[in-house]
Structures are given as structure tokens and as C-alpha cells.
Design a binder for this molecule. Structure first.
Ligand SMILES: NC(=O)C1=CN([C@@H]2O[C@H](COP(=O)(O)OP(=O)(O)OC[C@H]3O[C@@H](n4cnc5c(N)ncnc54)[C@H](OP(=O)(O)O)[C@@H]3O)[C@@H](O)[C@H]2O)C=CC1
Ligand SMILES: CC(=O)C(=O)O
Ligand SMILES: [Mg+2]
Length: 775
């Protein structure tokens, strides 16, 4: 970082250029304000503004609590700074601080759905700042103070907390304290040291450092074991400012009677280093003098007090955390502030209490010890993410942070008596938070519920794939399946351990070893019995079973060793389909296989068929595929609404594909009069009732279709992939294989852990449905 025009390395120069471009284009800055209500006609105008707006105004005048109902205040946080301690850049002023504050706004929104006004104030006088901020109470549901320097920040926060009836939180103090305390607790657990016995050397005595120390002392660190340096050296009783009584109260709390004068003096023999000060102040030489297995929290941003590679070179036994995302153990207050505010806003908290902060520390520390979630594994692919020296605290993209922290905060707020709208049902609240993380969460719930009730046996052809192992761990934890892995036991064991998972081969999951399994003879004989009229000899059967895990999985289902299969993570879809066609076959009454994918878009959920199997199905085949697809849509608790889409709009074209889609619709509608459907129609008419009604006011289809039947595989597959990419926030499920005699889903090599989990649940829900249908 070249605040003072020091030369940059090529990598730093590239980062600088990329950062400038990121902030400049395609839109200037990082955040904008978007209306949440339609404003497209005169009536909307009269509701949004005068005269309609007067009614909620008068209601709020009568009952101020209604502001949370009628305005966005209850979800709006002010990120407020005067720019006096911006990151480690120092006093760069409020205008230069704006990119940081916009950045905080993005994180609030992205991680917890909290809206932010970033407010940069050109005011240094603490009392005036308090007046200005306090006057903003009608606007805001919470105050996140940011990058205001010590010691003024302590006074400002204290006074605002007293005066205001909304949560006030100084992120640099308490956010940092919460996360670094969680890291400290976990680090001490790893090195087996007693918190009451450790010596802590500290660089920095500002907002972050003092708040960290206060929490750490609350957790058991002995104040007499803490030695703090500020820019003038060790804070000790013989210093001029100490003798003259000029130390701020925050520093006075950590003033020591000691002969130590420099950071090097206090680091000597220390078990813990806490840095919230400036770049590079901790040297390798100092680190060498630390106690055994030292814990180094070098948190200055953007450049830590020491880089991890230097610290590790000096002391290979050290555990180090920094504020940087390009090293393990990133201590960044983003792990906390979005979620503490989410919980506080949702219960109408009037304060952030010590209990709420400690709840965060506990949840963050515990989360690092739970095994990694699918999103985290995906977001940090290739990194070792099992609790240990390089994984002391959760990753910022851990979707479980919100699910754990916000409810814990809401519960603590209620316990501390500051929740004006206490959360009655924490489990339901936790579930509702899933909307911020798993867009599939709500949508998949009926499927998961069915799967939990059935808990059928699912066999995974690519058992050795780490994504499968992670998905199986989730399936076990969620209680949605009894898994069987096809894979070599030694490889499975090694990968389970590497991924830090808890599942046990034998007791939790069954295993079929493709190289050496007592059932081999039974399996190849079954293969031969099934295929002997297709020119397959016993030798060919043996080699086919050896070569294909999908064949083994299909035979396991056939022989009653499993109820459903997930395959397709490696190799071509068609190769897997061939095995399924030969060995599992079609369901009674089904005339072909087909595939369907689902997309959860911001505004709607769409199912699309046939995305993978039939090139150019006939009208009769399409009607059958549509029927199978509609049945599968019901599995999600949704009434299917079908549109047979085309380039033609209700007869506007007489080309063969238009006639085919029209006929497919007629056949389907005749066979399934109870289902809402129509066609052939344009894609926009499928999704918009008004577009459709302009052509056909009495269409049987109402609202937006949720199942689009496309004329060809090309059309379906292209539409699906284009939508998938253009809707960057979208989540996809599938491909769902339709028409198989037993629940089998052939995924694709790009499948994520989450998708495997979802498809497992769907396969088990299919097993349940088939069993219930059999009576
Ligand atoms: N990783 C994370 O999540 C977070 C990291 N931080 C980082 O912590 C640092 C401090 O932030 P904050 O507390 O808000 O800022 P403050 O301005 O409140 O405090 C800075 C402190 O650092 C001290 N200091 C400055 N230079 C040195 C030096 N060379 N040696 C020892 N002490 C020094 C100052 O001393 P004096 O009192 O004498 O002026 C002061 O006590 C920043 O780099 C910031 O980026 C902050 C919040 C979160
Ligand atoms: C992360 C943060 O808030 C800081 O470095 O100031
Ligand atoms: Mg900050």
C-alpha cells in the first residue's frame, strides 16, 4: 500500500489497478438505492407519495412503532464515520473514507440483507458528532460507527448508546474484539494453554486493541499479564503522560508497572501477540523470542504487523491470523457485524449488550469446529478447512454464520431485556434466515421433509469424490438418507479425514468396493441375466461391472441393496444414461426418459424440460414428458403450471415446430384436464399474464407458468444455461431424470455439494412417493 508513494511490486500495482477499475466501472461506486415498490402509473404515484402517503404518516404519528411496518427503517443501518482512523490508513478524512463505508454497506447487504446509508461526516468534535448522529434516530434502525479514532470513539459510542433507543455498535471496537476473542479461544485450545496463564503483548491502544483486550479480560486473560504498546512505546507507570495523569482512561486500564519499554521487550516470552496498530511493527527477531507455540493476531489493515510467511519462517510453531483474505485465519469484523445487526434488528433491540456480544464470540468459535459447509467448501475450493492452526475461525463466506449468530443475538437480547419484539420461535426464525443464504432453502423444504420421513438408502456411484463425501455428511446430519458409497475403502477413509468430516464407514455409511467386493459375482450375474440377449457374454458382463460404478449402483438397486442412485459427477451424461436405460429401465407406463432442471430466480422459480435427453421429441413424446415433469414439480409442493413454448403465439405460425407444440399441448390438456396449461406461446407470454391475455383472454393458464416445455433439447438446454448465467444470484437444481423405474439422478460434472444434497433429498422423496403410491 503506497500511502506515501513508496514503490509498488507488480502484484500490488495490479491490485491497485484492479481496485480502481472495480470502483469506477461499470457503475461508479459500489452501492445504490433501489425502490422496493412499483411506481409505474398514476395510482402507484398517489399511493407512494401524496395523497396516499399521508395515511402511514399519521399512523406513525399515533404509534411510532409502526415506522417498522411502514418504512424501511427497521432494516436500515447507518454506517457512520468521520474518517479519523480509516483501516490502517489513519486520519484520511471523511471523503476518502467513503469507499470503505460503501464497502461495509455491500457486506451488510450481501451477507445479511441489511440496508445501509453510508454517512461520512466532516466533524471532528466528539460532542458535535454525538449531536449530529443522535439527531438521525428517526431515520435509522441502527448505528454502526466505523473508523473513528480512539480515544474519542469510546466516549462517542458510550454517549450515543445512552441517548439512543436503537442499537449502537462501534465495529472496530466490538466487531474486532468478538472475532479476535473467538480466534484466541480456539487458538489456546489448539495449543493447550490456559487463558488465565498466558502473557499477552499488544501493539496498539486504540479502538480495536482496547476493545479486544476488554473482551479477552472478560473471558479470563489476567490484566496483569497484558502489556500494551502505543506509538510511544510500552504504556507504563514511569512514562511522562502517565505520571502527568494524561493517559486516557482506556489506556490507564492497561498501564503497567514494568521495566519493559519497547515492543521487543514485551513480546519476549509472550504467548500471544495482539496487533491493532500499524504495518510491519512486529519483526521476525521479536517473534523468535516468543513463548512456545505462540499465537499471533496481527490485525492491522491492509498490511499486518507481520506477514504470515515471515512469522512462520521465524517460528514454524506459531499460529497466525491477520486481517487479510489472502492468508488463512482472516480476522475481519465482517464475520460479525452483518449478523449481530440482523439479530438485533429482527428483535427490535434497543441496545447491543455484552450478552449479545458474547453470544457472537461463542457462535463464531463453535462454528470453526463444526465441519465445513458446502458453500464454504465451494467458495474456498482446494483449501484445507478442518479446525486447526490454519482454520481457527470461520470463513467470511460461511453461510452458517447468519444462521447461528443472528438467532443467538436475538436470544441474548431477549434475555438481557432489550428486545422490543422478542423472537418467540427461534427455530422458525433460524429457518426464515435461510432466505439470505440458501435460496433453495424454502423451495426444497417439502422435498427435505419427505426425505426425512423416508430416509431411504441412496447409493453414490462416485463415492470417492470429495463433493459426494461432503454431501453425504450433510445428508447424514440432516437425516435424509442412508448412504452407500461406491469407492475403495482406503481412499474413502483418507479423503474423509482430509475433508475433516465425521462420517464413519461401516456404521454411518455402507461401502461397495469396486475392486474387491464379495457381491461381485452376484452383480455380474445379474448384469449378464439382464443383457444376455444384447450380445453380452459372462466375460463382458464381468468387465462391464468392473468398469462402471454407475452399473454397480444400478445393479445394487436392481438387487435390492439400495433404493435410489446419484451418479454423473464424472464422465458424459449419455454414458450414464446408457447404463440406467439398460439396468434400471423405464417406469411402468413411461415411454421415454427425459430430464428437467429447476432455476430459482429472484422473481420466480422455473422448471425447464427436456434439458438433457430427447433431441427432437414428437408431440406425443412431449405430452408424456410434460406429464412426468408436472408430477415431479408437485414433489416441491407446487401446483404445476405449464406453458408449451414456441416461436409461435397461439397459431401465429404454421411451421412444423409450432404445430408440434400446439399438438403437444392439446394431448396433454386432454389427458390432464386438472392441470393449468396452455400453448403454443411465446416465452414472454408464458411468464406474463398480461402479454398472454392480449392474445387469449380466456387462457386456462393463470399468472406465470412455472414449467416450460421446450420444443427441442437444444432449445431447453440453451434456455436453461443462459438463464443460469444471466441470473447471477440464481440457484439451480437438477438435472432430474424423469421416467426411470427407480429414483436415479444423473448429475453433471459441475455439480456442487449443495446440488448433490438437494438431489439426494429429491431421490429419497421419489422413493417415498413410489412407496406411498404402491400403498
Ligand atoms: N482485522 C480487523 O478486523 C480490524 C483491524 N483493524 C486495524 O487495527 C488498526 C487500528 O485500528 P483502530 O484501533 O481503529 O485505530 P485507532 O486509531 O483507534 O488506534 C490505532 C492505535 O495504534 C497505535 N499505533 C500507531 N502506530 C503504532 C506503532 N508504530 N506502534 C505501536 N502502536 C501504534 C496508536 O497509538 P497512539 O495511541 O499512540 O496514537 C493507536 O493506539 C488498523 O490498522 C485497523 O485497520 C481495526 C479494526 C478491525
Ligand atoms: C476491518 C476494519 O474495520 C478495519 O480494518 O478498520
Ligand atoms: Mg474499521
Amino acid at each position: 500500500m503506497e500511502k506515501n508513494n513508496a514503490p509498488l511490486s507488480p502484484a500490488e500495482a495490479a491490485l491497485r489497478d484492479a481496485a480502481r477499475e472495480y470502483h469506477r466501472a461499470p457503475t461508479r461506486g459500489k452501492i445504490s438505492v433501489t425502490p422496493t415498490k412499483a411506481l409505474s402509473n398514476q395510482r402507484d404515484l398517489s399511493l407512494a407519495y401524496s395523497p396516499g402517503v399521508a395515511y402511514p404518516c399519521l399512523d406513525i404519528e399515533q404509534d411510532p412503532a409502526l415506522a417498522a411496518e411502514y418504512t424501511s427503517r427497521g432494516n436500515l443501518v447507518g454506517v457512520i464515520t468521520n474518517g479519523t482512523a480509516v483501516l490502517g490508513l489513519g486520519d484520511i478524512g471523511p471523503l476518502a473514507a467513503k469507499p470503505v463505508m460503501e464497502g461495509k454497506g455491500c457486506l451488510f447487504k450481501k451477507f445479511a440483507g441489511v440496508d445501509v446509508f453510508d454517512i461520512e461526516l466532516a466533524e471532528r468534535d466528539p460532542d458535535k458528532l454525538i449531536e449530529i448522529i443522535a439527531a438521525m434516530e428517526p431515520t435509522l434502525g441502527g448505528i454502526n460507527l466505523e473508523d473513528i479514532k480512539a480515544p474519542e470513539c469510546f466516549y462517542i459510542e458510550r454517549e450515543l448508546s445512552k441517548r439512543m433507543n436503537i442499537p449502537v455498535f462501534h465495529d472496530d471496537q466490538h466487531g474486532t474484539a468478538i472475532i479476535s476473542s473467538a480466534a484466541l479461544l480456539n487458538g489456546l485450545e489448539l495449543v493447550g494453554k490456559d487463558i488465565g496463564a498466558v502473557k499477552v503483548a499488544v501493539s496498539g491502544a486504540g479502538a480495536a486493541a482496547i476493545a479486544c483486550l476488554d473482551v479477552m479480560v472478560g473471558l479470563g486473560v489476567k490484566r496483569e499479564h497484558v502489556f500494551v504498546c502505543d506509538s510511544r512505546g510500552v504504556i507504563q507507570s514511569q512514562r511522562e503522560d502517565a505520571k502527568a495523569g494524561k493517559l486516557d482512561e482506556s489506556k490507564r486500564r492497561y498501564c503497567q508497572v514494568t521495566t519493559a519499554r519497547t515492543l521487543a521487550d514485551v513480546v519476549n516470552g509472550a504467548d500471544v501477540f495482539l496487533g491493532c496498530s500499524a504495518a510491519g511493527v512486529l519483526t521476525a527477531e521479536m517473534v523468535k523470542t516468543m513463548g512456545a507455540q505462540p499465537i499471533i493476531l496481527a490485525l492491522a489493515n491492509p498490511e499486518p504487523e507481520i506477514r504470515p510467511e515471515l512469522a512462520k519462517a521465524a517460528r514454524p510453531d506459531c499460529i497466525i491470523a491477520t486481517g487479510r483474505s489472502d492468508y488463512p485465519n482472516q480476522v475481519n469484523n465482517v464475520l460479525c457485524f452483518p449478523y449481530i445487526f440482523r439479530g438485533a434488528l429482527d428483535c427490535g433491540a434497543t441496545k447491543i449488550t455484552e450478552g449479545m456480544k458474547l453470544a457472537c464470540v461463542r457462535e463464531i468459535a463453535a462454528l470453526a469446529k463444526a465441519e465445513t459447509s458446502d458453500e464454504v467448501a465451494a467458495a474456498y475450493a482446494g483449501q484445507e478447512l478442518a479446525f486447526g492452526p490454519d482454520y481457527l475461525i470461520p470463513k467470511p463466506f460461511d453461510a452458517r454464520l447468519i444462521l447461528r449468530i443472528a438467532p443467538a443475538v436475538a436470544a441474548a437480547a431477549a434475555a438481557d431485556g432489550v428486545a422490543t419484539r422478542p423472537v418467540e420461535d427461534l427455530a422458525a426464525y433460524r429457518q426464515s434466515l435461510e432466505r439470505f443464504v440458501y435460496q433453495t432453502g424454502m423451495f426444497m423444504r417439502p422435498v427435505f421433509n419427505a426425505a426425512k420421513a423416508e430416509k431411504a438408502r441412496v447409493i453414490y456411484a462416485e463415492g470417492e469424490d470429495e463433493r459426494v463425501l461432503r454431501a453425504v455428511q450433510v445428508a447424514l446430519d440432516e437425516g435424509i438418507a442412508r448412504p452407500t458409497l461406491i469407492g475403495r475403502p482406503a481412499v474413502l477413509e483418507a479423503r474423509i479425514q482430509r475433508a475433516g468430516l465425521r462420517l464413519k464407514l461401516g456404521s454411518d455409511v455402507a461401502v461397495i468396493d469396486p475392486e474387491d467386493d464379495p457381491r461381485f459375482r452376484q452383480y455380474w450375474e445379474a448384469y449378464h441375466a439382464r443383457m444376455k440377449r444384447n450380445g453380452v457374454t459372462p466375460e463382458m458382463a464381468k468387465s462391464a461391472v468392473r468398469r462402471s460404478n454407475t452399473a454397480i449402483g444400478a445393479l445394487a438397486i436392481e438387487l435390492g441393496d439400495a433404493d435410489a442412485m446419484i451418479c454423473g459427477l464424472v464422465g458424459k451424461f449419455d454414458r450414464h444414461l446408457e447404463q440406467v436405460r439398460d439396468l434400471v429401465g423405464l417406469a411402468p407406463g413411461a415411454r421415454q426418459f427425459a430430464a428437467m432442471n429447476a432455476l430459482m430466480l429472484e422473481q420466480m422459480t422455473l422448471f425447464i424440460t427436456d434439458t438433457f435427453v430427447n433431441d427432437d421429441p414428437s408431440a406425443e413424446e412431449l405430452a408424456d414428458i410434460a406429464a412426468m415433469a408436472a408430477e415431479e414439480v408437485r414433489r416441491f409442493g407446487l401446483p404445476p403450471k405449464l406453458a408449451f413454448v414456441s416461436h409461435s403465439m397461439f397459431g401465429s405460425s404454421t411451421r412444423p415446430s409450432a404445430l408440434k407444440m400446439r399438438r403437444a399441448h392439446e394431448l396433454f390438456a386432454a389427458a390432464h384436464p386438472e392441470v393449468e396449461c396452455d400453448g403454443e406461446m411465446h416465452g414472454d407470454a408464458a411468464l406474463s399474464e398480461s402479454v398472454r391475455q392480449a392474445f387469449l383472454p380466456d387462457s386456462k393458464l393463470t399468472g406465470a407458468a412455472n414449467l416450460l416445455v421446450l420444443p427441442t433439447l437444444d432449445a431447453a438446454n440453451i434456455l436453461f444455461n443462459v438463464l443460469k448465467i444471466s441470473a447471477s444470484q440464481g440457484v439451480t437444481i437438477g438435472p432430474m431424470l424423469l421416467g426411470a423405474a427407480k429414483p436415479v439422478h444423473i448429475l453433471t460434472p459441475s455439480a456442487t455439494v449443495r446440488r448433490i444434497v438437494n438431489m439426494t433429498a429429491l431421490a429419497v422423496a421419489d422413493v417415498r412417493e413410489a412407496r406411498l403410491n404402491r400403498g
